[in-house]
Ligand binder design. Structure first.
Ligand SMILES: [Fe+2]
Length: 254
């Protein structure tokens, strides 16, 4: 796990996006610009409600790689469901157990003591919020600069990384996520089941760290277009992966 400060800063940034306090147009222009992060400081929902963040692009913007109907249902139905159910689940939590604020940082830290519905829906809300901004139209390609160097050092080459990440995504049995995380200063590929993520303070999380790439491998992410062909969906997703955002997250972890 990174230092408490860097982890806290990262979570605050992520929370601002999840809370919908960062304007979608700003995200398009500058995924993690400094001004948005200042706003993020105010974003922690202390007593407030979590809300569905707007996508930083239209539902059809990722065509032909990820189709409009999948994006619309995934965002407006599935992600909205996590947000709604997270707010409901939090109403049942004893304030003494969670304390304040009701932030992702606090929820993930205390998740082992919280109801399963909080774990599943807080994970669902956070994971999807990250997933959306890590895609954009006309993207894909390869990372640059320090991230490219770190990937080459960790995985031998970009192609080596791509193969290993794809393999981890294919091997996740059932529903879950695959991740590239910064863990103890190193880049590591890992995966989690259901809506868990590497930020959760749970023994079952194999690699704890700060996510910089998130890939949703639930069938709801691809079934309408690709049916059961997860490999086809993953191959399409590489074409919309927003390396600018990944690089920003990587820089923010340090
Ligand atoms: Fe999903």
């Amino acid at each position: 796990m990174e230092s408490n400060n860097s982890r806290r800063n990262f979570l605050k940034k992520s929370a601002a996006i999840a809370m919908g306090t960062i304007a979608a147009t700003s995200i398009v222009n500058n995924v993690f610009g400094a001004s948005e992060y200042i706003e993020k400081e105010k974003a922690t929902p202390d007593g407030g409600k979590f809300t569905l963040p707007m996508l930083p692009y239209n539902y059809d913007a990722l065509e032909p790689h990820i189709d409009k109907l999948t994006m619309e249902i995934h965002h407006s139905k599935h992600h909205q469901g996590y947000v709604t159910n997270l707010n409901k689940a939090l109403e049942t939590v004893d304030g003494n157990v969670l304390g304040s604020p009701q932030s992702f940082e606090n929820i993930f830290d205390k998740v082992a003591k919280l109801p399963t519905a909080v774990r599943n829906n807080a994970g669902g809300h956070y994971n999807h919020s990250l997933f959306w901004i890590l895609m954009k139209p006309n993207a894909g390609g390869q990372p640059k600069g320090k991230l490219a160097a770190a990937i080459n050092a960790s995985f031998g080459s970009f192609d080596g990384f791509k193969t290993q990440f794809t393999d981890a995504s294919m091997k996740r049995f059932g529903s879950g996520w695959s991740w590239l995380v910064v863990s103890k200063g190193k880049l590591v590929i890992t995966s989690t089941a259901n809506q868990d993520n590497p930020l959760m303070n749970l023994d079952s999380i194999e690699v704890k760290g700060t996510p910089i790439i998130a890939l949703d491998v639930w069938e709801h992410a691809y079934y309408l277009k690709n049916q059961n062909r997860r490999a086809e969906y993953i191959a399409s997703w590489w074409n919309v992966l927003n390396w600018d955002a990944v690089e920003s997250l990587f820089a923010a972890v340090k």
